[in-house]
Ligand binder design. Structure first.
Ligand code: XCC
Length: 656
């Protein structure tokens, strides 16, 4: 484990940070040394929901102190946490809403440049939602699907369209606990109301609503964003790419897409392949046009087109420090405000495109969705025209190969083949005790901890212990940069996981997409339950989630919906509710009693690993009796015959 004093485990990052120091350019890394976190806000002890305060409840007797209105530390910490969850849910869900509108406008022929790429998934989703599909045109099915999902946002008393994808036992539990989200916007709005001055004043009750609000993200907004993006742009399947700063090219026009939405970035992929624009680039002395990305917009085009990510959240400033980025185009979320100033030190053009996000110092060109391709081409032209203005460039030559594109559907196909698509072989490996379990290592970078270290160290230790690791977001790009998403990384895995990787032909760490694509993980968990042998609910599965380098409200929303779904979630860095033992206990043992899932904050990576492995073992042990029964049910002739058929079909598919 590299020393804690280092900024990053990535040599490319270190090289560029050195350049920043020499050129006296500030970055998030240098600013963390200057801006010390507010010690009161850091631990959830500051209340600023009214102007009688802000009330700062710190000191050894903090838990007994109260604010001007009498609010306890527990109420204050719970409110802060719950508001952060609501903000995260709003961000993911607003993204989902935009995708649903884009599908509606595409199917209604308003968005002429988009096309429905995965009709099979469209029909599957429609069937799932009891939308009539027989003798109907693709566009009419898509219109109804978009309208039904859009209704999920404004629902007042219904339940969300996709929530029935959770195991029935879980649904029943949510119903009993009154945690079923009624409408996405309603839950966010109610969360803000309840945490307004003088409303909900019971920490457990406040956090119950945080659970319900988070479910409106995982099984609502994020799932809508994920599923409808697949319908519009295609469901991912394995695809090769490279990552890290070295994907920038000295002799080509470099364009970076950054943010979260795939709507513009999909068109950018098409635009940079336009023959006339490539010709224009040649006329401007460039050998070609190179598109790469940062953060989750990057993950979206990586998963579907193999577009190479230049890096994750804390790589956004570093990419500009190379002097080789001709244009960076951003939409929403995780875009550092420092970029405009940084871009102005080089020739880089920074373009903001979302009507929701304007950045002082950037060129604001609101995205025209109905002329999406011409809009994307205009941006490419701006980048080409900027190429000749480049000064000196410094591109560290670091790159790593990776395989991305593991959608939940592809995992099912990969494990069972076209005709027996199923998670059963994965379940079998766990039932037989060969695989210890599955762990999601997800979330951001945070420059307050060594960049990528948590993601890499924890993932590597888990695979060494025969745990399959799945990833999304910036965490995925962290381990990809370190080479854990190459098939050859199987050599780091324990003997059983290595064998599985060799047999199925996968890396031991699977990239499942952007942060809204954590919904793919929820669907996978549901399918693991449905395919049998591992209990009746998600909380019985030997699975866990780790968010080692978290930094934003969206991370807290994600962890909360995993916990509400029955998953043990461990965060690194530090606890935003550390001031209140009451709230710390509610998120941990309190939630565990209710949902079987829980949230814990643990900055020590070794302890995270120990806790995760211990948890997986406990779950496997408690499945023991059930597992024996399942072995009988699925054992003997029936199981052998399934395996025989699966192998036969695979051979046949290979020949085809
Ligand atoms: Fe976090 Fe979501 Fe942002 Fe990366 S991009 S910093 S939210 S991991 Ni999604």
């Amino acid at each position: 484990m590299p020393g804690k004093d280092s900024t990053s485990i990535d040599p490319a990052a270190k090289k560029l940070l050195k350049k920043a120091r020499v050129e006296k350019i500030s970055t998030a890394f240098s600013r963390t040394g200057v801006i010390k976190p507010c010690p009161i806000g850091l631990v959830g002890a500051c209340c600023k929901v009214c102007y009688m305060g802000p009330c700062r409840l710190l000191g050894s007797s903090g838990e007994e102190k109260v604010g001007v209105c009498g609010a306890t530390l527990a109420t204050i910490a719970a409110r802060e946490f719950a508001r952060a969850v609501a903000a995260g849910v709003a961000a993911h869900s607003d993204h989902g809403r935009d995708i649903a509108f884009a599908l509606l406008d595409t199917a209604s022929d308003k968005n002429r440049d988009y096309h429905i790429k995965d009709e099979k998934k469209l029909v599957a989703l429609a069937n799932y939602m009891d939308i009539e599909t027989n003798s109907r045109s693709t566009s009419s099915i898509a219109i109804e699907l978009a309208q039904r999902t859009l209704a999920d946002f404004g629902n007042q008393r219904g339940i969300l369209s996709f929530i029935n994808r959770a195991p029935s036992t879980r649904l029943e539990l949510w119903r009993r606990l009154d945690l079923l989200p009624r409408g996405i916007d309603r839950e966010v709005s109610e969360m803000m109301h309840r945490t307004n001055m003088g409303t909900d004043q019971d920490p457990e009750h406040i956090l119950d609503q945080a659970l319900r609000t988070s479910l409106a993200d995982g099984w609502g907004g994020s799932m809508i964003a994920t599923e409808l993006s697949d319908v519009l742009f295609g469901t991912p399947h394995p695809i090769a790419a490279s990552t890290n700063i070295g994907v920038l090219k000295e002799d080509e026009v470099n364009i970076l897409v950054h943010g979260h939405q795939p709507l513009l970035s999909e068109m950018m992929v098409e635009a940079v392949r336009d023959e006339q624009l490539i010709e224009l680039a040649h006329r401007n002395n460039a050998k070609g046009i190179n598109l790469a990305g940062v953060c989750c917009t990057s993950n979206e085009v990586l998963m579907r087109h193999g577009i190479s990510p230049v890096g994750n959240f804390t790589h956004q400033e570093l990419a500009l420090l190379t002097g080789a980025v001709d244009l960076m185009v951003v939409d929403v979320q995780c875009v550092m405000e420092s970029l405009a100033k940084l871009a102005s030190k080089y020739h880089t053009k920074l373009i903001s495109t979302s009507p929701k996000a304007k950045i002082t110092g950037a060129l604001h060109l609101p995205f025209r969705e109905q002329e999406a391709l011409s809009f994307a081409k205009e941006i490419v032209v701006l980048a080409i025209e900027n190429f000749n203005k480049r000064g000196e460039v410094t591109i560290p030559r670091s790159t790593a190969k990776l395989i991305a594109g593991f959608s939940h559907e592809y995992l099912s196909y990969m494990l069972g083949g076209t005709h027996l698509a199923s998670y059963r072989p994965l379940n079998d490996a766990i039932i037989d005790g060969r695989l210890q379990g599955v762990v999601a290592v997800v979330g951001c970078n945070n420059p307050r901890v060594t960049q990528d270290e948590g993601h890499y160290y924890i993932s590597r230790e888990l695979i060494r212990n025969n745990v399959l690791v799945v990833q999304t977001g910036c965490g995925a790009l962290a381990t990809a940069k370190q080479g854990l998403m190459r098939p050859e990384a199987k050599d780091y895995a324990g003997p059983i996981l290595r064998l599985i990787c060799e047999t199925v032909g996968i890396p031991p760490v699977l990239h499942m997409g952007s942060c809204v694509n954590n919904a793919r993980i929820l669907n996978s968990l549901s399918q693991m339950v449905a395919d049998g042998g591992l209990g009746n609910d998600i909380n019985e599965l030997p699975v866990a989630a780790v968010v080692p380098e978290w930094m934003c409200e969206k991370s807290l929303a994600i962890g909360s919906y995993f916990a509400a779904s029955g998953v043990y979630v461990l965060y690194g860095v530090g606890s935003p509710v550390a001031a209140s033992q009451t709230v710390t206990d509610i998120l941990n043992t309190g939630w565990e009693k209710k949902t079987g899932g829980k949230i814990e904050f643990e900055p020590d990576y070794n302890r995270i690993i120990d806790k995760v492995l211990d948890h997986l073992k406990k779950k496997r042990d408690s499945l023991g009796a059930a597992t024996e029964r399942q072995k009988e049910i699925y054992g003997g002739k029936r199981r052998k015959s399934l395996i025989w058929w699966r192998n036969r079909l695979r051979n046949w598919q290979h020949r085809v």
